[in-house]
Structure formats: C-alpha cells, structure tokens
Ligand binder design. Structure first.
Ligand SMILES: Cc1cc2nc3c(=O)[nH]c(=O)nc-3n(C[C@H](O)[C@H](O)[C@H](O)COP(=O)(O)OP(=O)(O)OC[C@H]3O[C@@H](n4cnc5c(N)ncnc54)[C@H](O)[C@@H]3O)c2cc1C
Length: 455
C-alpha cells in the first residue's frame, strides 16, 4: 500500500486511536493509513524482572494493560486516556501520571517493526544502531543505505519533552523513531518491556486549602518518599468534579492524587510507607477529610476522577462547538508553581475560563482554556502563544507529552532556533525525501500559511 501511494506521490497520514489532541492524524490531503485492524497481541515472553510483550500497533493501551495485569505484570507508561493505540503511543512517546517514576513510552520499547514511506519495512532493535559521532551510515530495510545525521541538539532541562525529534547521549535508532509523530515511519509492531506488578498500590487524594500548599507537598514528597505519581487537581477542576456530584470537601481549593507501588519483596514494610505518607500529609496541612485508598477499587476510582477532568472538558467544548486550547508545557524541576502563578495572572487579567490539573510531580501541569465561543478564539490563541513563550523562557519544553502535531507546529521554533529546525528537517528528508509522511505535522506545510501564527 505505502509503496503504491509513494509511486503515486501521495502524502500519507497515519491514524491510530484518534485520541491525539494536536491534530497529528488529521490528513492534509492524500491517503490515510488506519492501523486499528493491526490488533493482535502476539507474544508474552518471561524475562528477568518481568516480560517482553509483542503486540501489533493497533492494539489499544487498555488491552496492553489488561493483558499485562492478567499475567501479574505492569506496563508502566500510564497515559490517562487508554482508548489510544500502542502505535499512537509510540508515535507521540506518550506518558502519564506514573511517568514520574517510570518515564515515558520510549523507555519501555525494546524493538519496533516499522515501514518507511517507500513501503520497505523491518525490525529495529534497541542497541542495533547506536547513534554516535556526526553521522551513521546504515542499511535500512531492503538494502537501502542511508547516511543518518546523528541528532545533537540540546533538549530542555525538563523530565519530559515531545517537541521535535529526540536527541540524547547514548541514544539509538529506536529512541529517534519513538516520538517522531508519524513523520519518519509507520509503526507496525512493538516489543514492549513489562514489569512484575507491585503487590499493592498505596494511593490517596489529599485536599488542601491553597494550591501553594499542594505544590509544597509535591516538592516534599519528591524529596522524602518514592512516589509513582503526584497529580495536581486545581480549584477549577475540583469545581467540575463537584458539579458532577463528587463530594469534594467544602474548603478544598486544590488536591494531590498520589500513588506508590509496593513490591512483593517490600510488602512487610507497607505500614511504614503508609505512615510516611500520612505524616507528610499532616505536616503539609492536608485536610483531615482527605481520601486514602483501602483497595485497588479505590485507587481505580481516584484515577477515574483524575481522567474525568480532561474528558469532561472535551465534552463540554464539543457541545459549545469550539476546541480547547491546552498547554502541554513543562518546566525544570521545582518551577511549576511559578509557571502556574504566571499563567493564572495572565488568564485572570483576560477573564478567560480555564482549568488547571496534571503532572505536578514532573512540573508538567496542564492549563486548559475553555473558549466561550468561536469569537473568543483569536484572543485566547494570542495569550496561549505568550504562555508557550513564558515556559520556553523558563528553560521549559513547549510540548511535554502530546507532541506538536499540526495544531501546535508553530511552537517548534520557539523551542529551537532555525539551525536546529533545519537539522531536524534534514533528518526527516533522509527517511522521506519528498516529505510525504505526516505532512504538516511538526513542520508546517507551506500550504498552511504563516507558520508564525497559532492555528
Ligand atoms: C482525555 C484525554 C486524556 C489524555 N491524556 C494523555 C496523557 O495523560 N498522556 C499522553 O501522553 N497523552 C494523553 N492524551 C493524548 C493521546 O491519548 C496520546 O497522544 C496518544 O498517544 C495518541 O494515540 P492514538 O492512538 O489515539 O493516536 P492518534 O490520535 O490516532 O495519532 C496521534 C499521532 O500519532 C501518529 N500515529 C498514530 N499511529 C501511528 C503509527 N502506527 N505509526 C506512526 N504514527 C502513528 C499519527 O499520525 C498522529 O501524528 C490524552 C487524550 C485525551 C483525549
């Protein structure tokens, strides 16, 4: 199929589960390659400390989690939306609440079977092709030899970044392909590393009277405890949950959802871990009406509440006939409180409706701006651009988990100067000389108009 489309010079857009929020799978003409029928779980092979799970790219994250859980295993990447497909997760290097402990999807990928735009395909295994030096000459599939420039640009000093192509010391070809947002290759299959599941997950929802106290708790928990997740639910998000009938304590203006897994070997120290969380919560001024999980079902309920926030916002806005404008910026460790204070000030000045929530442990807190109507959009987009610039100025990432797609491709130059962008474009052409795959994603298509303007 790809070879035939390539021969006809058609642009190709890959479509996964359609949960992406930056328009990456929305085609700019040409052909759409749907991957949802690549939906087979192929193998689960025990290895030390866990297993290797081989799946086709169209298997959903929910299914991967289910298969792992049934075998007493855990697939660590934890995006809150589980209707996405693994191919989409690989393309966007998805991450989530537990990325605080486990990092993003990239870290859990052992091998991928990919197709290039010309239809050639094959496996790429971790370690097969280390990207060292200035460039690497390698045989890609079916004998095609390429000189691959080694990515060497500085990423922001954040724990997460999905803006543009990856670059890091010691990386290999798998690291480059994962996170390339459907612009370098099509993922067909993946071998994923899964871990032994913990014996128990301690979790809770701690309520605070002030957001600043909640952020202080995050800093202290990161220093003193071993959190898997530290998620902020801001005042507006609590209001949304109250509207849906959740009995949030009256004085709460912020909440932190926390999780820590307890390995089987540590089960006898479980009570010590609980005590450490409770002591820190008390010292940090958490409300006595805070909620602690008594069971896996409670943890599930807290996670569902957290997921309900973006899901409810998306539904509200689709009823209004407008799309949300959502920050996905992260800043270096400890700087999220300052970023969010600055964001709030700017949004309050404008009188915009917005909701704050997200991955406080990773200094990656989302602000979703909710347009009242289409007329408000241009003003919101201009303030949004300022917000992206503020994060970059603070040494942050303009996109930390959603990627840039077509909706945010204008932000890439805010993250990197023109020379880096040129090198990224050069890298892309090595895989796809006519830029047919994922056209308009990451780099604006000239047909889209002025790339300096948010779209
Ligand atoms: C309510 C909600 C909550 C969310 N929470 C999170 C979160 O916590 N963390 C997070 O990271 N994301 C989150 N997302 C965003 C989204 O779920 C992720 O970006 C996800 O990885 C997209 O996967 P998908 O299968 O839906 O891909 P799609 O939306 O179909 O596509 C996304 C991009 O990947 C490319 N692509 C898809 N499949 C392939 C493939 N097989 N090969 C090559 N390229 C491909 C597409 O071309 C496109 O550029 C959330 C979304 C929603 C709606």
């Amino acid at each position: 199929m790809l070879a035939a489309w390539n021969a006809r010079e058609l642009p190709v857009t890959v479509s996964g589960g359609g949960t992406g929020v930056v328009g990456g799978r929305v085609p700019r003409g040409g052909a759409v390659l749907a991957t949802d029928r690549l939906n087979r779980v192929l193998d689960l092979r025990p290895v030390e400390g866990g297993a290797l799970l081989r799946v086709q790219a169209g298997v959903s994250l929910a299914e991967v989690q289910r298969v792992a859980a049934e075998a007493g295993l855990l697939y660590p990447p934890d995006p809150t939306e589980t209707g996405c497909l693994i191919g989409g997760n690989l393309a966007t290097n998805a991450s989530g609440a537990r990325s605080l402990r486990f990092g993003s999807t990239r870290r859990w990928v052992e091998a991928v079977r990919v197709a290039l735009v010309d239809g050639s395909s094959g496996w790429v295994r971790r370690g097969d092709l280390p990207l060292v030096g200035a460039s690497v000459v390698c045989d890609l599939f079916e004998g095609r030899q390429i000189a691959l420039p080694v990515p060497r640009w500085r990423l922001p000093a954040t724990t997460k970044c999905t803006a543009g192509y990856h670059s890091s010391e010691g990386m290999d070809l798998v690291d480059l392909l994962v996170g390339s947002e459907g612009t370098l290759c099509v993922f067909l299959e993946a071998e994923l590393r899964v871990l032994a599941a913990p014996a128990e997950i301690l979790s809770g929802l701690l309520f605070f009277e002030q957001e600043a106290r909640a952020f202080d708790f995050v800093g202290a928990a990161r220093r003193a405890l071993q959190p898997w997740a530290l998620e902020l639910i801001g005042a507006e998000a609590l209001a949304l949950l109250r509207e849906q009938g959740t009995a949030i304590p009256a004085g709460a203006r912020a909440a932190i959802f926390f999780e820590q897994g307890i390995a089987a070997a540590e089960a006898d120290r479980r009570d010590d871990h609980w005590e450490a969380w409770l002591a820190l919560a008390e010292r940090s001024g958490a409300a006595t009406e805070s909620w602690l999980a008594d069971s896996a079902a409670d943890d599930r309920r807290f996670r569902d509440l957290r997921h309900a926030i973006p899901a409810t916002i998306n539904e509200t806005l689709s009823r209004r006939g407008v799309r949300k404008v959502s920050t996905d910026t992260a800043v270096p460790r400890g700087r999220a409180p300052e970023l969010i204070r600055r964001y709030r000030r700017r949004l309050d000045e404008q009188g915009f409706e917005y909701v704050v929530f997200g991955h406080a442990g990773d200094d990656h807190v989302h602000v979703n701006i909710l347009p009242r109507d289409a007329e408000q959009m241009p003003r919101i987009e201009s303030v949004y651009r300022e917000m992206v610039e503020i994060a970059a100025e603070m040494g942050g990432a303009v996109a930390a988990e959603h990627g840039l797609g077509k909706v945010k491709n204008w932000a890439l130059p805010i993250q990197y100067g023109p020379q880096v962008i040129e090198r990224m474009e050069h890298l892309r052409r090595v895989f796809d000389p006519a830029l047919r795959l994922g056209r308009g994603t990451l780099f604006p298509d000239p047909a889209d108009g002025d790339p300096a303007e948010p779209s």
